[in-house]
Design a protein around this ligand. Structure first.
Ligand code: KIV
Length: 300
């Protein structure tokens, strides 16, 4: 199965894995030419931060997307609850259920190859400790290697509990779509001094509690840079400027397939590309080369 993904992908195995030659566990062999394909792990992501290699990430919702994405140099795949909006057509992510997240994670896992796989914990699936542990376990059993939760310092206990149980966590800070009703819409966060200080403090507290990764959505560029410099764990930005350790976009946004309004922070990578594979490859290349995002995709 994996061999077919590589064969049908835009890149060759050797192009894809050029920058991760030193990571050894676990290995997958591409039978065509004995090239050892290195699985991206949490250790790889930390190493990339410390070596200042940008981490290229995309969301995926099914097997075929994941196979294309994984074969085209994307380090991390997120099964995002954005699927509620871009796949199911809802106005927000709030209606997405645990059952749906497990279903999509299982599909994505089959195509995710070498990419590190993160799955979103949907709305209210981490409201109590018991629910959190049960639901995080379901996502890990579906194939996730990390779970993502939205929120600030109030999540510290939850993150500690998951970490104690050996479940890696990503915390989504800034514009947290599950709280869109409270935020009054999809708006840039952390713009005034107090809010910025609070976000930076949240990031530090969450790292101390055991978080392994941060997603920073729609916050000013200087704040994302400040958080990225302050914490020791990788930061992945979306609408947070070029100075985070990595970038993520929604799969349909970067292929210009999303219906209705497209956020300022996205870019149509299909423009000038002659295939979906090439668009994904170009996105990964631009992230890794520091070409994307530009100021036009960024908030000040
Ligand atoms: O659900 C999602 O796709 C996300 C990304 C936008 C980071 O959380």
């Amino acid at each position: 199965m994996f061999r077919n993904q590589i064969t049908s992908g835009f890149t060759t195995a050797s192009q894809v894995f050029l920058s991760h030659t030193d990571i050894s566990i676990p290995n997958i062999t591409d039978n065509r030419d004995d090239t050892v394909i290195k699985k991206i792990t949490l250790h790889t992501l930390n190493k990339m931060k410390h070596e200042q290699q940008k981490i290229a990430c995309l969301t995926c919702y099914d097997y075929s997307q994941a196979a294309l994405v994984s074969a085209n140099n994307i380090d991390l795949i997120l099964v995002g609850d954005s699927l509620g909006m871009v796949s199911q057509g809802h106005q927000t992510t709030v209606s997405v259920t645990m059952e749906q997240m497990v279903y999509h994670t299982q599909m994505v896992k089959k195509g995710s190859g070498r990419s590190f796989l993160v799955a979103d914990m949907p709305y209210m699936s981490y409201a109590t400790e018991e629910q959190t542990l049960k639901n995080a376990a379901l996502l890990m059993q579906a194939g996730a290697e990390m779970v993502k939760l939205e929120g600030g310092r109030w999540l510290c206990d939850t993150i500690s509990k998951l970490s104690e149980r050996g479940i890696p966590t990503c915390v989504h800070l800034g514009l947290t779509p599950q709280s869109v009703a409270m935020l009054g819409g999809f708006k840039v966060q952390g713009r005034d001094e107090l809010a910025a200080e609070k976000l930076e403090e949240d990031a530090k507290l969450l790292e101390r509690a055991g978080a392994n990764l941060l997603v920073l959505e729609c916050i000013p560029k200087y704040l994302a840079m400040q958080i990225t410099r302050t914490v020791g764990i990788p930061t992945i930005g979306i609408g947070a400027g070029a100075d985070t350790d990595g970038q993520i976009l929604v799969f349909y946004d970067m292929l210009n397939m999303t219906q209705g309004h497209l956020p300022r922070f996205t870019k149509n990578f299909l423009e000038g590309a002659d295939s979906t594979q090439k668009a994904i490859f170009n996105y990964a290349y631009e992230v890794k080369a520091g070409i994307f995002p530009q100021d036009e995709h960024t908030y000040s």
